[in-house]
Design a protein around this ligand. Sequence first.
Ligand code: 5RP
Length: 224
Amino acid sequence: MTQDELKQAVAKAAVDYIRPKLESDSIIGVGTGSTANFFIDYLAGVKAHFGGAVASSEATAARLEGHGIPVYDLNEVDGLIVYVDGADESDSNLCLIKGGGAALTREKIVAACAGEFVCIADGSKWVDVLGGFPLPVEVIPMARAHVSRELAKLGGSPEYRAGVKTDNGNDILDVHGLSIADPVLLENQINQIVGVVTNGLFAQRSADVLLLGTPAGVETKYKA
Ligand code: 5RP
């Protein structure tokens, strides 16, 4: 199976997973990226069974609206029954690296408001130790050099993602060379650096369940 076929399989599995939980007024949080896009396309098939969605990016909002799924501002809703999103890496505790699509801050906000976080990923994203994928950090533009120096003190090699602005108008630094033994600690340390908006470690609020696409089928994984 190709990587896209594995992503499609987990996207479909996510719709099957959430379908019994949906009520007519349920609002769903929806992530960003190619796996999330497949999920949105399958979600359109059950759009009569829930109230609408909150999007983690402008791109996701546009795709949802293209399918006729109502998109709400997060401030308009009381809560989200579930958040479904992809990841760049997951460890066995379902701590994640996210932000390959530069949507990490809105993704983290939407995930924080959800009763359940369902991560969907192809098998290449499953790792023993986080950090092989460069850790994205969203920074206020004027603080980029300062934050880079502080990230280097933590052992990383930050690289400016040139030509990219987040939906919030900020910059992204991709931090190479980290082997992340304690994801919660590093998430907190990086978020303490002045000028950081947030970083792509989803460890304090990890996923609750991971639907992992493998050639043998979709595996359902819970925290170790
Ligand atoms: C976007 C993300 C994505 O979930 C992550 O990059 C995975 O993307 P894809 O599903 O395209 O592999 O965090 O900011």
